[in-house]
Ligand binder design. Structure first.
Ligand code: C2E
Ligand code: CA
Ligand code: CA
Length: 561
C-alpha cells in the first residue's frame, strides 16, 4: 500500500495569480520541477480558469493587490463555491495586517513578500497540498467495519487523486461473492458475515497483496485496484477452493471481471462499471470465475446503449419488423399450413440488420421488452386482420410473451385491447411462453396463464425441455400446446440418448393430452423421425424460415387458393 501511494506523487496543478509578470516567473521557476504551473494576472481571470477546470487544481498562490479583481475578493468567491472551496490557497503579501484577514476568510497559509528562499516556498507548498489531500481522504470513513477493507467512499476518493497515466495501466477488478445470500438465508446473518469477512481477507491476501487496494462496494461485491497481472483465474480458484472447504459455504464462489488498461480520461468509476459488465457475464457460467473486459465486450456494451436509446424511434418509424414463420400440420401424410409464429427483427437505419437474439435478452433485463412485445402483438393483430379482410379467413398467429410481460399488471388488458381494436377474438392469437418462466415464479405465472385461458387464449409452452419443470408440476399446467425445444430436434439423430429424450417428451405430452410442435426442423430425416414418434406439427427451415409479412401473405394465398 505504501509503495502504491508513493508512486502516485506525480505532477499536480498549481495556479499562480499575480498581476506582475516578474513575480509569476519567479514562482514558476521555483515550482515547475514538481508542479504543472498555470498563471492568471488578476482575480477575474483566475476565477474563470478555476470554473472551467473545476476542482482540477491542487493549490492556488494568490497575490492580494491586483487590478480588475483583487485577491481577497477571489478568496471569498472560492470559499463560497461548492467545488472550489476545498482547493487550498496560499496568500502572498507584504502587508502583515492582510495576513490575518486572509487567514480568517479561509487561506491555508501565507508567504511574505519579498519571497524567501525557493526551497522554503516549495516545501511550504508541498506541505499544504499534502495536508489538504490527507484531510479530504480522512473526511471519509476509511474502513468498512465488517471486512476491514477500505470503504467505497475512501477508495474512490483515493483513486481520484492518482495521476491519469498511473491509473491507465492498473487493473480495475470487480468481484462478486456468489451464494452469499443463500448462506445468510440458510444459516443466519452471522454465518453470512463470517463468510464475507473470510472472502474479504482472501481477496486482500491473494488478489491484492502489496500491489493495490481493495474496498467493499456493496454487501457482497468488492473492488480491487492493482498493478496488472494475468493470473486472476488461478488466484480465484485457490480462494474458491479454500472458501468451499467449509461445508456451509458449499456452492459459494468468487467471480471477477477485470478491466485492464483504459484510454486516458476514463474515470475509475467507469472502469469499475466495465469490470462489472465482464463479471456479470459469468453469472450463469460456472466453467470459469474470471472474465476480461474486452474490446468485443466494449463494442457490445456500446451497441446495447445505442439500442436502448433507439428503441422508441424504432417503434415509431417501424424499423422493428414482424416476420412470420409458418407452422405446418400433417394431415393425411401432407403438410398443411396451420398457423405461424410472429418473430421480430430490427432493421436499423445505420447499424443494419439486428437479430432478436441480440436485443430481446437485453430488453428483458431492463423492462423495455414490454414495449417491444406490445408492438409485436399489435402488428401481428393488424396483419391478421388485414389478411382476414383480404382473404376471408383467419390463420391463428402465435406471439411470444416474455417472462417480464407476466409481471405486467396490464397484460390482460393490453392483449384484449389489441384484439378489440382489430376486431379479432382470443382464438386468433396464441401465446408462446417459455418454459423457464414457469419454473421461475410458478404461482404468479399459473394465475396469469389461467386467466388468459379463461379469456379464450391458447397457450403454448415454448422451448419445452430447456427449463427445469418438475414432472409433478407439469401435470397441473394450464397449457394447450408443447413446443419441443430446438436443441432436441437438432441432437435427436446424433445419439441414442437424445432420441430417447424426445420419445420421453412425446410420452409426457401424450400423458398431458396436449399436441407437440417440433421447432427447428431442418431436414427430411428429422421430419420423418418426428412423424414416426407421433409429432404432427412442425416449424423450421425445412419448410420455411421466418419471412416478412408480404411474403407470408403470398404463402397464405398459395395454400388456400
Ligand atoms: P423462439 O421463440 O424459440 O423462436 C424460434 C427461433 O428459432 C427463431 O429465431 C427462428 O428464426 C429460429 N428458427 C426457426 N426455424 C429454425 C430452424 O430450422 N433452424 C434454426 N437453427 N433456427 C430456426 P429468432 O427469430 O432469431 O428468435 C430468437 C428468439 O428471440 C426466439 O426464440 C424468442 O425467444 C425471441 N424472440 C423473437 N421475437 C420475439 C418477440 O417478438 N418477443 C419476444 N419476447 N421474444 C422474441
Ligand atoms: Ca417462440
Ligand atoms: Ca422456441
Amino acid at each position: 500500500m505504501k509503495h502504491f501511494i508513493q508512486s502516485s506523487r506525480v505532477k499536480r496543478k498549481v495556479l499562480i495569480v499575480d498581476d506582475e509578470i516578474i513575480n509569476r516567473e519567479l514562482l514558476r521557476a521555483m515550482l515547475e520541477s514538481e508542479y504543472e504551473v498555470h498563471e492568471a494576472e488578476n482575480g477575474k481571470e483566475a476565477y474563470d480558469i478555476l470554473i472551467e477546470e473545476e476542482a482540477a487544481f491542487s493549490l492556488i498562490l494568490l497575490d492580494l493587490v491586483m487590478p480588475v479583481m483583487d485577491g481577497l475578493t477571489l478568496l471569498r468567491r472560492c470559499k463560497a463555491h461548492e467545488s472550489l472551496k476545498s482547493i487550498p490557497i496560499i496568500v502572498m503579501t507584504s502587508q502583515t495586517n492582510a495576513e490575518l484577514e486572509s487567514i480568517r476568510i479561509g487561506a491555508a497559509d501565507f508567504i511574505p513578500k519579498p519571497y524567501p528562499m525557493p526551497d522554503v516556498i516549495l516545501a511550504r507548498c508541498n506541505r499544504i497540498v499534502e495536508l489538504n489531500e490527507d484531510r479530504i481522504i480522512i473526511s471519509y470513513t476509511e474502513k468498512d467495519k465488517l471486512t476491514g477493507l477500505y470503504s467505497k467512499e475512501y477508495f474512490f476518493e483515493y483513486l481520484s487523486q492518482l495521476p491519469a497515466d498511473l491509473l491507465r495501466h492498473m487493473d480495475a477488478v470487480a468481484i462478486n461473492l456468489d451464494g452469499f445470500r443463500f448462506v445468510t438465508e440458510l444459516y443466519g446473518r452471522r454465518e453470512g458475515n463470517a463468510l464475507l469477512q473470510k472472502a474479504a481477507g482472501k481477496i486482500a491476501d491473494v488478489i491484492v497483496g502489496s500491489q493495490g487496494i481493495a474496498c467493499r462496494r456493496e454487501p457482497s461485491t468488492f473492488c480491487v485496484f492493482r498493478q496488472h497481472i494475468e493470473d486472476y483465474e488461478a488466484r480465484l480458484n485457490i480462494i474458491n477452493k479454500q472458501l468451499t472447504s467449509d461445508p456451509k459455504a458449499h456452492g459459494v464462489r468468487l467471480r471477477a471481471g477485470i478491466c485492464s488498461r483504459a484510454d486516458e480520461g476514463v474515470p475509475p468509476e467507469i472502469r469499475f462499471d466495465r469490470a462489472k459488465t465482464a463479471c456479470d457475464r459469468l453469472r450463469n457460467n460456472y466453467s470459469r470465475c474470471s472474465e476480461w473486459y474486452s474490446e468485443e465486450l466494449h463494442r457490445r456494451e456500446m451497441l446495447h446503449k445505442r439500442l436502448i436509446a433507439d428503441v422508441n424511434v424504432a417503434i415509431q418509424e417501424r424499423h422493428l419488423k414482424v416476420y412470420y414463420q409458418p407452422k405446418y400440420r400433417f394431415e393425411d401424410g401432407k403438410p398443411v399450413l396451420s398457423s405461424a409464429e410472429a418473430l421480430i427483427r430490427w432493421q436499423h437505419p445505420t447499424i443494419g440488420f439486428i437479430s432478436p437474439g441480440e436485443f430481446i435478452p437485453l430488453f428483458e433485463q431492463n423492462g423495455l421488452i414490454n414495449l417491444v412485445d406490445y408492438y409485436v402483438w399489435l402488428t401481428a393483430a393488424q396483419d391478421t386482420r388485414r389478411w382476414r379482410d383480404e382473404l376471408g379467413f383467419v390463420l391463428p398467429v402465435s406471439v411470444n410473451v416474455s417472462r417480464a410481460d407476466i409481471f405486467d399488471n396490464a397484460l390482460e388488458q393490453k392483449l384484449l385491447g389489441v384484439l378489440r381494436d382489430n376486431g379479432l377474438s382470443a382464438s386468433d392469437i396464441m401465446l408462446e411462453i417459455t418454459e423457464s418462466a414457469y419454473s421461475d415464479n410458478a404461482d404468479r405465472l399459473l394465475g396469469t396463464v389461467s386467466n388468459l385461458r379463461q379469456k379464450g387464449f391458447k397457450i403454448e409452452m415454448d422451448d419445452f425441455g430447456s427449463g427445469y419443470s418438475s414432472l409433478n408440476m407439469l401435470t397441473d399446467l394450464p397449457i394447450d400446446v408443447l413446443k419441443l425445444d430446438m436443441q432436441f430436434t437438432r441432437n435427436m439423430l446424433r445419439d441414442r440418448k437424445s432420441l430417447r429424450l424426445v420419445e420421453l417428451i412425446m410420452d409426457i405430452a401424450n400423458f398431458m393430452d396436449v399436441p407437440v410442435v417440433a421447432e427447428g426442423v431442418e431436414t427430411k430425416e428429422q421430419l420423418d423421425m418426428l412423424l414416426k414418434m407421433g409429432c404432427l406439427v412442425f416449424q423450421g427451415y425445412y419448410f420455411s424460415p421466418p419471412v416478412p409479412a408480404p411474403k407470408f401473405e403470398e404463402l397464405l394465398k398459395k395454400a388456400f387458393s
